[in-house]
Design a protein around this ligand. Structure first.
Ligand SMILES: [Zn+2]
Length: 500
């Protein structure tokens, strides 16, 4: 993810600016109104209900059928096991595929959907199976094509079959639902009034789900530890286009509108799933090495987009040379009427119409490796997503010139010190997950690690990291062990010094 609040701080022009100008700008730029208290997104209304997000559901933000939360919610203990985000996910099963069938109309703030979830039970035996799902009127839940008992308690949809689920059992759950998405701030995203799917002025629709927003628009196991493939079958009124992850397979005309079928056959964390609806020009291209590029660009963004992506093909090949082959079937961007935020939605990056520049474009491209192909085992380790994406963006910008890179890193270091966040890089408070320190402190640590290891071991280690954990998740410890193997020496003290 990238916020304008952070983006705007670094108008450094490395090739021409002397050190004192760079430092001077940053010192001026990094005042108290920085990322520590991020600027609210202007285009989104401030939530009037549930202004204080709590760990579990706010009683005002869920359907009336839902009882108010208690001190020990009935679903306490249901978790995928991330200690940093214990309210998310369920460790008892593994989703293989989500099939999202939706009717959407920007003029009507309503989702009308049937979501089919196929997977396998991994726990020895579980009485119930829970999905993360906030709000909506549920019309029907089927287990293996038969109606099944369920309760919607707080933010969990709990499936209650007559017999327990057993290890190895394959299942298909189908949930039919409709309604207006609940608007509630995420406890991790201090700068937005809501997460998930947003409808804009009756004109367009976009999705911003990092880290816990996907449960606000479809039922899922909402944590990167459970990745799955996706199929989207989205119907919209004539004249509009649907953009999602992966490949556009088919477009079907019907009396009710136009249906777009997209498929993404690579494992994807649920927060990276996207559906964007609007009017776009489709642009197709390929990198010099042949990676398929397709973009969906709004009229208002065309000029900035063309300029920001002029070197995209070279950049994607350049990153592939350093980190390993580009991992997915295609890459591209979709521009949206959202203010000041972009997101690394897998294979189809969301760019805000008002925030299109080369820096953002490259940052989000780097996330295809760092965050998407290898995802976080715990949200606590966000520095590994944002620190690397910020560092790789800087590598591209400086063309990895050691002097320019060092100069920029020193300016990052000063800015982080000036900003004054005291929490450890490896353990940000939830409200500071997307903090200045996560991005720029993370990039400084990545640079220091590279200096410590030397280029051969550093890039060799990274390529091994992607070869080993690609398609899944990795923890900081697993990352460190891979880098130690490449380095040929322990790095535990070095990591502890930076992260703890
Ligand atoms: Zn990012």
């Amino acid at each position: 993810m990238k916020k304008q609040a952070l983006q705007a701080k670094f108008k450094i022009h490395l090739q021409i600016a002397p050190v004192f100008v760079i430092l001077g700008f940053l010192l001026v730029a990094c005042g108290e109104d920085d990322a520590a208290t991020p600027t609210p997104i202007a285009s989104e209304p401030v939530a009037t209900t549930a202004a204080t997000p709590t760990l579990f559901a706010s009683p005002t933000a869920v359907p009336s059928a839902t009882p108010p939360p208690t001190e020990t919610p009935p679903f306490a203990g249901i978790s995928i096991g991330d200690p940093y985000a214990p309210e998310l996910g369920n460790a008892g099963y593994d989703v293989w595929e989500y099939d999202l069938i939706m009717q959407l109309d920007p003029a009507v703030e309503n989702i009308d959907a049937t979501v089919q979830i196929s997977g396998e039970v991994t726990a020895a035996e579980i009485e119930t199976l829970s999905l993360d799902f906030v709000g909506f009127e549920i019309a029907e839940v089927l287990l293996d094509n038969r109606p099944v008992a369920y309760t919607h308690l707080g933010d969990k949809l709990i499936i209650q079959p007559s017999l327990p689920f057993t290890a190895g059992q394959m299942f298909t759950i189908s949930v039919a639902y409709s309604g207006n998405p609940v608007e509630r701030p995420s406890r991790y995203v201090g700068f937005a009034s809501s997460v998930g799917m947003s409808f804009v002025d009756g004109q367009s629709i976009y999705v911003l789900s990092e880290p816990d927003g996907s449960r606000f628009w479809f039922p899922n196991n909402d944590h990167p530890r459970d990745k799955a493939t996706y199929r989207f079958e989205i119907t919209v009124p004539q004249g509009l286009t649907v953009v999602a992850n992966g490949r556009l397979i088919q477009e079907i005309e019907s009396e009710i509108g136009r249906t777009f079928i997209w498929e993404h056959d690579y494992p994807m964390a649920s927060y990276l799933a996207t559906v964007v609806v609007g009017e776009f020009e489709r642009i197709e291209d390929a990198s010099p090495d042949g990676i398929f590029l397709r973009h969906y660009v709004n009229d208002v963004a065309q000029t900035e987009f063309d300029s920001a992506t002029a070197d995209l093909g070279e950049a994607i090949d350049w990153m592939s040379d350093r980190f390993g082959p580009y991992p997915f079937e295609a890459f591209g961007y979709v521009t949206a009427d959202v203010s000041g935020v972009s997101l690394e939605t897998q294979t189809m990056v969301l760019l805000a119409n008002n925030m299109i520049g080369q820096r953002t474009v490259m940052h989000e491209l780097a996330h295809m490796w760092f965050g998407d192909w290898v995802s976080l085992d715990s949200w606590q380790q966000m520095w590994r997503n944002e620190g690397f994406a910020t560092y790789v963006q800087l590598m591209w910008e400086t063309q990895d010139d050691p002097e320019d890179l060092q100069l920029a890193i020193e300016s990052f270091r000063s800015a982080v010190e000036e900003n004054g966040d005291t929490f450890p890089l490896g353990d940000p408070p939830p409200g500071q997950l997307f903090s200045f320190k996560t991005y720029f402190g993370g990039a400084v640590f990545v640079h220091e690690l590279r200096q410590e290891m030397g280029d051969e071991a550093f890039f060799g280690g990274l390529q091994n990291y992607f070869a080993t954990y690609g398609g899944g998740t990795a923890s900081d410890d697993e990352f460190r062990e891979i880098m130690e193997a490449a380095h040929g020496a322990p790095l535990d003290e070095f990591f502890a010094e930076w992260l703890e």
